[in-house]
Design a protein around this ligand. Structure first.
Ligand SMILES: C[C@@H](O)[C@H](NC(=O)OP(=O)(O)OC[C@H]1O[C@@H](n2cnc3c(N)ncnc32)[C@H](O)[C@@H]1O)C(=O)O
Ligand SMILES: [Fe+2]
Length: 555
């Protein structure tokens, strides 16, 4: 006998008024076995199209007000057609709605509709985080166990991985979401909203021009490249060239941080989520990056990438099956709802990710280099291989620049009293370095408060000397019996901005959160070490940075 579950989903965080019905077998929800029990998702959407400019919160809310009842009615009709019990029974088992993040006025319309329905049909209410839904739909359709997820949507851009009952943010944009960044450029050149698809079309005829490229560990920033793109357009660079190069750099940044996340977590599965995921060039780059490192890649079909209620209904079903429902009085919407605030009730697994170099391995594939280890000879050879996913000019530039920087900053750091490997040879043209073999293992395999306190002191020394490491993660620190050694300065640079110093600490902090079971005492120890040597204002700025990354409306 089959035991069918039908969940109604409602989405309306910004532009898409959408309702969906997810129908599946009750046991399939927990087993995740979609072969034995094929499921079905019906989606009805109505998009808000601004007359001019970007998304206006009030207009968008008016759209929700008109369109939500219509799309919900269509979805309910569908559910009634599928329903074979008595007509007096509810055709659905629960109502799931997106609680946030998103535009407050839009979310409130959706919340009100969801509450009213759950009351009228006497079924439970499920509050879904929109960003976690963008992630879970990819996990659902791929069947992957524990993938890293890149969410590339309008108002967001971040990397998520499951650890200790939550989806942790491994890296994210330091300014706007990726879609909004692209849409702002298209507004500048006078194209209508949404701009993403227009940039993709124009890019077909473009040639490559140099634009900024900014990656800090697994975080990244779009503000520099966006102003440079506008400037290039104003200076008469053909718009196709700007669009092409914008895509090449922005998507290469996203592919690079995704690769770093795979490398850091030891996962070999990547899923893509969010509206920008509809872009064929982004998908191509991610697929190629994964193929080159032997990882699996999955992007859901477009109707599940752009905002849609299908993903809300699918995650809603998993939450419903886990008993994760909301009482009416606790069902307020949350415009700033972060994905890492969600207790992941529907997953009980704790996949142990096997990162690290493995005993006795003589070659390691890092996030961007192949490293040959010769401990007996006390030597390491590091080669930044060509990444086929990115444009050859960009690839060439990044490999040379980073190799040269790594050589320079590794030596400079040692002069400042920070343990680093001694350099024996550099070939920037071939992007190859020969360095001293240091330490016995990576910090991530030997975390202790004493060691991370050392890292705090080391980073403070670099900052006092006017540069940053750029990618201080628990894999870029080697530990031995008596010292804690910083390696891999390829993303470092000279700077006198407090913000850059604080970002350096933030990157290390995030890698602790991503790798440690109990990061709190470790994070405190880093700060203690830093305080001994460095400036207090950097730690103050770090607190500011932690408060950012909230949902930003597209204005
Ligand atoms: C909080 C929520 O409201 C928000 N949703 C959202 O922004 O809609 P979403 O459907 O995930 O993404 C829309 C973005 O996706 C971009 N987009 C759509 N097709 C694109 C394409 N072919 N290439 C590049 N960008 C594209 C649009 O320009 C727009 O910026 C979010 O997930 O951040
Ligand atoms: Fe979205």
């Amino acid at each position: 006998m089959t035991d069918t579950v039908r969940i109604l989903g409602i989405e309306g965080t910004a532009w898409a008024a959408s309702a969906a019905v997810f129908e599946t077998d009750r046991t399939a929800i927990s087993t995740g076995d979609r072969t034995a029990h094929p499921d079905d998702v019906f989606i009805e959407s109505d998009a808000y199209q601004p007359e001019s400019g970007g998304i206006h919160p009030r207009e968008a809310a008016e759209h929700m007000h008109d369109a939500i009842p219509r799309v919900v009615e269509r979805a309910l009709e569908h559910a009634r057609e599928r329903h074979d019990g008595p007509a007096t029974d509810s055709p659905i088992d629960a109502v799931a709605f997106s609680r946030g993040p998103g535009l407050g006025p839009c979310l409130r319309v959706v919340g009100t509709a969801a509450r009213a329905l759950s009351q009228a049909l006497a079924v439970p209410l499920v509050g879904v985080n929109h960003m976690v839904a963008h992630l879970e739909i990819g996990r659902h359709t791929s069947g992957f166990d524990s993938p890293v997820c890149l969410n590339a949507s309008g108002a967001n851009a971040h990397l998520l991985a499951f650890r200790n009952g939550r989806y942790r943010v491994l890296g994210e944009t330091m300014d706007t979401g990726v879609g909004n960044a692209i849409d702002k450029f298209t507004r500048h050149v006078g194209w209508s909203h949404p701009g993403g698809p227009k940039v993709e079309a124009a890019a077909e005829d473009g040639d490559y021009v140099d634009l900024p490229y900014v990656v800090k560990g697994m975080d990244f920033s779009f503000s520099g490249i966006m102003s440079a793109a506008k400037q290039a357009y104003d200076d008469g660079t053909p718009v196709e060239d700007v669009c092409y190069s914008l895509q090449e750099n922005v998507f290469a940044m996203l592919a690079e941080v995704s690769e770093r996340a795979l490398s850091l977590t030891g996962s070999d599965e990547l899923v893509l989520g969010g509206g920008v995921g509809q872009n064929a060039r982004l998908r191509e780059m991610l697929a190629e990056m994964c193929a080159q490192r032997g990882a699996r890649f999955h992007a859901p079909e477009p109707r599940f990438l752009r905002d849609n209620a299908g993903m809300i209904a699918v995650l809603g079903a998993k939450m419903y099956a886990a008993g994760d429902t909301l009482a009416l009085e606790d069902s307020r919407v949350d415009p700033d709802f972060r994905p890492d605030q969600v207790p992941v009730s529907w997953r009980s697994d704790e996949t142990e990710l096997a990162a690290g170099r493995g005993e006795g391995a003589s070659q390691i594939r890092g996030a961007e280099a192949l490293v040959d280890l010769e401990p007996a000879a006390g030597r390491v050879t590091k080669r930044r291989e060509s990444k086929t996913y990115r444009h050859p000019s960009l690839d060439d530039r990044l490999r040379r620049e980073r190799t040269a920087l790594e050589a320079r900053l590794t030596s400079l750091a040692r002069r400042e009293g920070v343990p680093t490997p001694v350099l024996s040879d550099v070939d920037s043209r071939e992007a190859r370095l020969e360095l001293e073999y240091v330490g016995e293992r990576d910090l991530r395999e030997a975390l202790s408060t004493a060691r991370v306190r050392d890292v705090g002191r080391h980073l403070a020394r670099l900052h006092r000397a006017g540069f940053v490491h750029g990618d201080p993660t628990t894999r870029n620190v080697r530990v031995g019996s008596d010292r804690t050694v910083l390696i891999d300065f390829g993303l470092g640079y000279h700077t006198d901005h407090v913000e850059d110093y604080a970002m350096d600490l933030h990157v290390f902090d995030q890698s602790l959160v991503g790798t440690a079971d109990d990061p709190a005492p470790l994070r405190e120890a880093v700060r203690e070490g830093y305080r001994e040597v460095g400036e207090a204002r950097v730690l103050e700025r770090l607190r500011d940075i932690e408060g950012r990354g909230r949902y930003q409306p597209d204005r």
